[in-house]
Design a protein around this ligand. Structure first.
Ligand SMILES: [Zn+2]
Length: 444
């Protein structure tokens, strides 16, 4: 048995706060103890109480920093580590000009292994302990990501993209091989370590109807797996999709008629929706995923968070690197705030931090394991420093409430505000601040 006792300020959510005064939605402690035992959170509470339960445990003192559940990123592309910050294009040109050529490099397993390691280093450096990732079309890319995540005991959800048309040579599977390769990856990786498989038809444009039919069959055969794809990100994409699927009532119907919608389905972007599509989202329990930095970067449009919430639809929030411009969920919340401001909608900081932790975990159906600091949860923890830079320190001097401090982190924070990260109870960050070195050391 290994035990560690963390000491610091602590914030954990029990549900989404209705507004800034809804203090029953969360627990905030000025001097908390968080006991980690064998990779799980064994106890959380006032420091003296938790100390009494583990008088011998070694203490790591994080005061005055703030301990929260590690961030959850519900939509990201691991093969795009070297695509992020590619200039001047909107979605379809960006895919053809930058992304597809880059993803052909993932035919090489050595390249996959190097990028998988770098990708998980980057997530950890930014405080993200679980991500839902698209891989490339190559099984080797998913193999590399799952192997690296298992080595770190990191909870990772991912799948190889299925794409059998409208992509260059070397980047297409077939309806049959996409099914077979995905099935083999499920058998090999789903539930191994903390890995989960996500059935991943890239989007309507790059799949034939036959491929989507087989993806739907796979989802029916494996109800334990999530499904992820993209939906209504860009106007030209929607027009092209309608040409490719003339029988579909709308974009979402392409997925719906192939059995791909349900409470375990994640739909990146979902910006330009028809009323029928919103009805179908509400009826099926599928989850839109808001990717603000990406939506601004590609000029895609403004996600109607309030409109979807009004219908009881639970959305995720995510970086969407490499069209997204930051690995940081703090910066994602910052840009999300601005996207909602442009529509006269409000994203208050308590809701924002709930969203990036427990909210995203609930969207994934994993709130019993991640996204909280409740006893019994997996010990994935981020330690936040709200005075990480001179500018933040000066501003934080004038912060009078928890919500004000959180908003400073949300607007001004980035990887420098991440003081430490625990993955399954093991500290992964402090030894390698990004300013000191580019990549994390090999874990013991
Ligand atoms: Zn995406």
């Amino acid at each position: 048995m290994t035990e560690t006792l963390l000491r610091g300020r602590l914030l954990t959510f029990h549900r989404e706060p209705a507004d800034q005064t809804d203090t029953e939605a969360y627990t905030y402690l000025e001097d908390a103890g968080l006991l980690i035992r064998d990779g799980l959170i064994a106890a959380t509470g006032p420091f003296a109480d938790v100390r009494a339960q583990a008088p011998e445990a070694p203490i790591t003192d994080h005061r005055p920093h703030l301990m929260m559940a590690g961030f959850v990123d519900t939509h990201i592309h691991f093969p795009q580590v070297q695509v992020i910050a590619s200039w001047g294009a909107q979605l379809l040109d960006w895919l053809n000009g930058y992304t597809f050529p880059e993803e052909t490099r993932f035919a090489d397993p050595a390249h996959c292994a190097r990028m998988a390691s770098a990708f998980l280093d980057l997530l950890i450096a930014h405080g993200t302990t679980t991500a839902v990732s698209f891989c490339s079309v190559h099984s080797a890319s998913a193999e590399a990501l799952f192997a690296e995540a298992a080595r770190r005991d990191m909870r990772m959800l991912a799948g190889k993209v299925m794409m059998d048309r409208n992509a260059p040579d070397g980047l297409r599977d077939t309806a049959q091989s996409g099914y077979d390769d995905s099935k083999a990856l499920i058998d090999r990786w789903h539930g191994r370590g903390r890995n989960g498989y996500v059935i991943t038809p890239r989007f309507a444009i790059t799949s034939t109807p036959e491929q989507l039919r087989m993806a739907g069959a796979l989802a029916a055969e494996h109800p334990e797996c999530h499904v992820q794809t993209h939906l209504s990100e860009n106007r030209a994409e929607i027009v092209y999709t309608a040409e490719l699927y003339p029988e579909a009532r709308d974009y979402l119907d392409v997925y719906q008629r192939h059995g791909l919608l349900g409470p375990r389905t994640l739909l990146g972007h979902a910006i330009h929706l028809e009323p029928r599509e919103i009805d179908a989202l509400a009826a099926t329990g599928a989850h839109p995923v808001f990717c603000p930095t990406s939506n601004l970067f590609l000029g895609s449009g403004l996600f109607d968070d309030a409109g979807l919430r009004q219908r009881g639809i639970a959305s995720g929030i995510a970086t969407d690197v490499g069209a997204g411009t930051s690995y940081s969920m703090l910066q994602t919340l910052n840009e999300g705030y601005k996207v909602l401001q442009l529509q006269g909608q409000a994203l208050h900081p308590l809701r924002a931090f709930h969203w990036a932790t427990r909210g995203n975990a609930e969207v994934l159906g994993l709130a019993d394991r991640i996204g909280t600091l409740d006893a019994g949860s997996e010990a994935d923890i981020v330690v936040l420093d709200s005075a990480a830079t001179e500018a933040m320190a000066l501003r934080t001097e004038r912060a009078g409430t928890l919500a004000e401090e959180l908003f400073i982190l949300q607007v001004m924070g980035c990887d420098r505000a991440i003081a430490e990260v625990y993955v399954s109870g093991t500290a992964r960050k402090r030894a390698a601040r990004p300013k000191d070195r580019h990549l994390m050391p090999e874990p013991a």
